[in-house]
Structures are given as structure tokens and as C-alpha cells.
Write a protein that binds this ligand. Structure first.
Ligand SMILES: *[C@@H]1O[C@H](CO)[C@@H](O)[C@H](O)[C@H]1NC(C)=O
Ligand SMILES: *[C@@H]1O[C@H](CO)[C@@H](O)[C@H](O)[C@H]1NC(C)=O
Ligand SMILES: *[C@@H]1O[C@H](CO)[C@@H](O)[C@H](O)[C@H]1NC(C)=O
Length: 173
């Protein structure tokens, strides 16, 4: 009887520790993540406007933010593509066309990063997302000399800020 009881107490306290331990390990510290983000206010606003981030573990958070990075990249790509289509000024058309290429490579880098995300490889994710940020950075540099449609640049800043959050998370994986 005594041994049955102590076994029981042992098992239930073990379960308690396993459960609380894994819960503690699972819920990602959003405050800490945004504290390390390049643009902290963007990060805080982003998390607030995506309710699924609340209470999420690190892997889920990586999934959500990475998905946003993909959405952002393809949104910027489409926006600049439509500027290419509607711009008549040949110089601007050329500049936008070059940017479309840069965003294409960003999207392709993000597709490569998906495997790292799926396997929980934080370092691989970091390398590939960093690579994905290069194209839009080059686009912004090229655009610096032109009077650019502001919508194109707003998308670009959002993309960099979201990728910045993914990088912070990848370093914690
Ligand atoms: C940070 O993001 C906010 C939008 O949330 C933007 O207004 C601000 O310019 C950004 N700051 C930097 C340094 O990029
Ligand atoms: C995020 O997770 C969902 C469900 O597990 C999955 O369908 C989706 O492909 C994931 N997104 C990415 C970008 O891996
Ligand atoms: C721009 O034009 C290309 C080729 O004509 C077309 O495939 C694409 O759908 C257009 N994109 C947008 C956003 O208008």
C-alpha cells in the first residue's frame, strides 16, 4: 500500500513536471523576441495584429512569421510587376523590371528556406532568409536615385522588418 501510494505520488509529480516543463519550454517569449528585433515597434504591432502568435511556441511562431514574409514578398513582387506593366517612362520601366528580378530571387530563396523551417533547422533558416533579404535591399538601393511609387517602398520596408523577426526567432531555435 505504502509503495503503491509513493509510486502514485512519484508518477503524478513526474507527470506534473513533464507537463509544466514542456509548457514552459513551448510558449515563446514574444517580448524577448521583439526586444531583439531590428524594428521593435513594428514587431510589437505585428504580433498584436496576428492573434495566433499569442501563446504560440517557437516553431509555430517561426511558421507564422515565415508565412508573412512569403506573403509580403509576393505582394511586393506583384505590386512592382504591375508598376512595370503600367509605367511608360522607359528608365523607370527598366528600374522596376530589375526589381522584379530581385524579388523573384527573394521568393526563390524563401522557397529554399521552407525545408529548413520544416526540419527545425534554425541556422539554415537564418542563412536562407538572410539571402532572401538581399534582393529587395538591392532593389531599394537601385531605386534610391529615382522618384519611386511609395507603395513599392512601403512593401519593401515591411518585408525587411518581417524577415528581421524571422531571423531573431531562427537564432532561438
Ligand atoms: C519601424 O516600423 C514602423 C512601422 O511599424 C515604421 O513607421 C518605422 O519607420 C520603422 N522604423 C525603422 C527604423 O525602420
Ligand atoms: C505552417 O504550418 C502549416 C500547418 O502545420 C503548414 O500547412 C504550412 O505549410 C506551414 N507553413 C510553412 C511556411 O511552412
Ligand atoms: C504584368 O504583365 C505580365 C505580362 O504581360 C502579366 O503576366 C502579369 O500578370 C501582369 N501583372 C500584373 C500585376 O499586372
Amino acid at each position: 500500500m505504502a509503495s503503491y501510494l509513493s509510486n502514485n505520488v512519484f508518477v503524478s509529480s513526474l507527470m506534473f513536471f513533464v507537463m509544466t516543463g514542456s509548457l514552459n519550454a513551448q510558449v515563446a517569449d514574444i517580448k524577448a523576441i521583439c526586444g531583439k528585433a531590428k524594428n521593435q515597434s513594428f514587431c510589437t504591432n505585428y504580433m498584436k495584429s496576428n492573434p495566433k502568435t499569442s501563446g504560440a511556441d517557437l516553431k509555430t511562431l517561426a511558421n507564422i512569421t515565415f508565412g508573412s514574409a512569403q506573403t509580403s514578398a509576393s505582394g511586393a513582387f506583384k505590386r512592382i510587376q504591375s508598376l512595370v506593366n503600367t509605367t511608360t517612362d522607359p528608365t523607370m520601366k527598366k528600374a522596376y523590371t530589375s526589381c522584379v528580378g530581385h524579388y523573384k530571387s527573394a521568393i526563390s530563396n524563401l522557397n529554399d528556406a521552407k525545408q529548413s523551417l520544416a526540419s527545425g533547422d534554425g541556422q539554415g533558416l537564418n542563412i536562407k532568409v538572410s539571402a532572401a533579404m538581399e534582393g529587395p535591399t538591392t532593389c531599394k538601393d537601385e531605386m534610391a536615385n529615382f522618384k519611386v511609387d511609395p507603395s513599392a517602398m512601403k512593401n519593401s520596408d515591411d518585408f525587411q522588418n518581417i524577415c528581421g523577426i524571422v531571423l531573431v526567432i531562427s537564432n532561438m531555435m
